[in-house]
Design a protein around this ligand. Structure first.
Ligand SMILES: Nc1ncnc2c1ncn2[C@@H]1O[C@H](COP(=O)(O)OP(=O)(O)O)[C@@H](O)[C@H]1O
Ligand SMILES: [Mg+2]
Length: 282
């Protein structure tokens, strides 16, 4: 099942020229076990692409199937089922908080998808605990907590719907380094504990290199690369993708050039450090 795009293009209506924001997209996403990063310059179509995954946008042409449902659907109600299956956390999701209390805000999604009050409360509490929102905060206003906590409440609101695939549009943008790391650990935990497919849009190549298994590169609405992160960062034409290298790989390249330490790719700081220790002891 999962998500399949076949030759999908999308043009925003009302543009003076006929300009496709995404073009001829062919893409298959497994319903479980994937950790995919979508990268590319601003305006390359990342947000447009992911908004198709839960039918917020419908293809202008091509075929799109999400959990067995062809889009656009014959009946509008079919769309609700997809919104629950594929949870999409927007950019700056905290702008969409609106309830009086944190718990009510997290319960909004499940209630909307026909959970009873009791079920919604249970789901909300479970989601709050996954993102580390303490019980003592349940009755507080979502507008009185820190930016990082607001972001987590917003993520919990999506998790409470128990989606099978979690799509995150620049979830760490605007957070401080600690907030970024904490949030990424939460996503990694969800991925590992439940084998959930996670799709992450990010400009932060260090995060992409540490967490993603597969990377999709968009350029002017087209997929120009789709493969493992190992393949991407060792790609002979990597710089044609207009991406920055992750810091650990930059350091390793410097060390090879200036100190002759053999370049063996390491995708996060922890593995970089243990490699350097190993080399230092030889
Ligand atoms: N609501 C909209 N109306 C018209 N054009 C849009 C809209 N949203 C995005 N675009 C255009 O579509 C293209 C892709 O945008 P987007 O998917 O937001 O890219 P990214 O997320 O990679 O920055 C850009 O040229 C952008 O200006
Ligand atoms: Mg975007």
């Amino acid at each position: 099942m999962g998500i399949q795009f076949r030759n999908v293009s999308y043009a925003y209506k009302g543009l003076k020229v006929n300009y496709d924001a995404i073009k001829n997209i062919d893409l298959t996403i497994q319903p479980k076990g994937e950790f995919i990063a979508i990268v590319g310059q601003t305006g390359s179509g990342k947000s447009t692409l992911v908004q198709h995954m839960n039918a917020l946008l419908l293809p202008s042409s091509g075929e799109l199937t999400v959990f067995g449902q062809n889009l656009p659907p014959k009946k509008k109600e079919k769309i609700n089922f997809l919104r629950q299956k594929v949870g999409l956390v927007f950019q700056f999701p905290e702008y969409q908080l609106f309830e009086e209390t944190i718990l009510k805000d997290i319960m909004f999604g499940p209630k909307n998808f026909k959970s009873t009050e009791i079920e919604a409360t249970e789901k909300a509490k479970r989601a709050a605990s996954i993102v580390g929102i303490d019980e003592s905060l349940y009755e507080q206003s979502p507008f009185r907590i820190s930016g990082g906590q607001m972001r987590r409440v917003a993520v919990a609101g999506i998790l409470a719907m128990e989606p099978e695939i979690l799509v995150l549009d620049e979830p760490t943008r605007g957070l401080d380094p600690k907030g970024r790391r904490d949030l990424m650990k939460i996503f990694q935990g969800i991925h590992e504990d439940e084998d959930k497919t996670i799709i992450l849009i990010s400009h932060d190549m260090d995060l992409v290199s540490e967490y993603a298994k597969r990377v999709i590169v968009l350029d002017e609405g087209k997929i120009v690369f789709d493969g493992t992160k190992e393949e991407l960062f060792e790609h002979p034409n990597f710089f044609d993708f207009h991406l920055d290298l992750p810091t650990p790989l930059k350091i390793l390249k410097h060390l090879e050039k200036n100190l002759g330490i053999p370049y063996i790719p390491k995708y996060d700081f922890k593995s970089l450090l243990s490699y350097l220790k190993e080399v230092g002891h030889e």
